[in-house]
Design a protein around this ligand. Structure first.
Ligand code: NHR
Ligand code: GAR
Length: 196
């Protein structure tokens, strides 16, 4: 069994897309893979309730309760590694997770840590991507799934989805168009990784 641990901070719609694909496509029987847990740095993230409705174990770890980024990351790593077992290696999936992770954390999960970022990287690393794409006059926007490396939003690209930027778009309307593509792309990429 491969244990997928999904980290979220908010709504969790990408998390739900992956968990529902895993159930619908019988990843446990076919690939020996399961979404073992959903963890959040925010106890009130709506995605945690959604995960529980899907029958997935949840936990939260408040980053504000830790003195440093490294201390939070060490505690998060300890929590994740309870799902990292002999014969059941963990794959860590960032899905709307809003905390930058230290190099020590990222290197510990080298080749086992992926993120979805709401822009066509290498354009618009960082935050507020949809408004920045509109302000730049981009005619297309999208999302990127990439391996996570210590340098923010710079890891090797696994997949991208492209959508048009339409006249009159706001950050909200563009984000919704991109998010719909994220929900199609992210489960496919996770499936490809766990199939290997
Ligand atoms: N960590 C590393 N080392 N490398 C990456 O590529 C990472 C990462 C952690 C998260 C997701 C990323 C995104 O897709 C991600 C990729 C948070 C921030 C951020 O500035 C930036 C990028 C991403 C996630 N976070 C602020 C911080 O101080 C907090 C912002 C908030 O809480 O709202 O950590 O966009
Ligand atoms: C998604 O668009 C994701 O790409 C983006 O936040 C949204 C999360 O939605 N991620 C980031 O901005 C990471 N900094 P979700 O919680 O419904 O999956």
């Amino acid at each position: 069994m491969k244990n997928i641990v999904i980290l979220i901070s908010g709504t969790g719609s990408n998390m739900a897309a992956i968990a529902q694909a895993a159930q619908r496509e019988h990843w446990a029987e076919r690939y020996g893979a399961q979404v073992a847990a959903v963890l959040s740095n925010k106890a009130d993230a709506p995605g945690l309730a959604l995960a529980r409705e899907l029958g997935i174990a949840t936990d939260s770890l408040d980053h504000k309760a830790f003195a440093s980024r490294e201390a939070f990351d060490a505690a998060l790593r300890q929590r994740i590694d309870t799902y990292d077992q002999p014969g059941a290696p963990v794959l860590v999936v960032l899905a709307g997770f809003m905390r930058i992770l230290s190099a020590g954390f990222v290197n510990h999960y080298a080749g086992r840590l992926v993120n979805i970022h709401p822009s066509l990287l290498p354009a618009f690393a960082g935050l507020n991507t949809h408004q920045r794409a509109i302000d730049a006059g981009c005619k297309v926007a999208g999302a990127t799934v990439h391996w996570v490396t210590p340098e923010l939003d710079h890891g090797p690209i696994l997949a991208q989805a492209v959508v048009p930027v339409l006249p009159g778009d706001t950050a909200q309307t563009l984000a919704a168009r991109v998010l719909a593509q994220e929900h199609l792309m992210y489960p496919q990429v996770v499936r490809q990784i766990i199939q290997k």
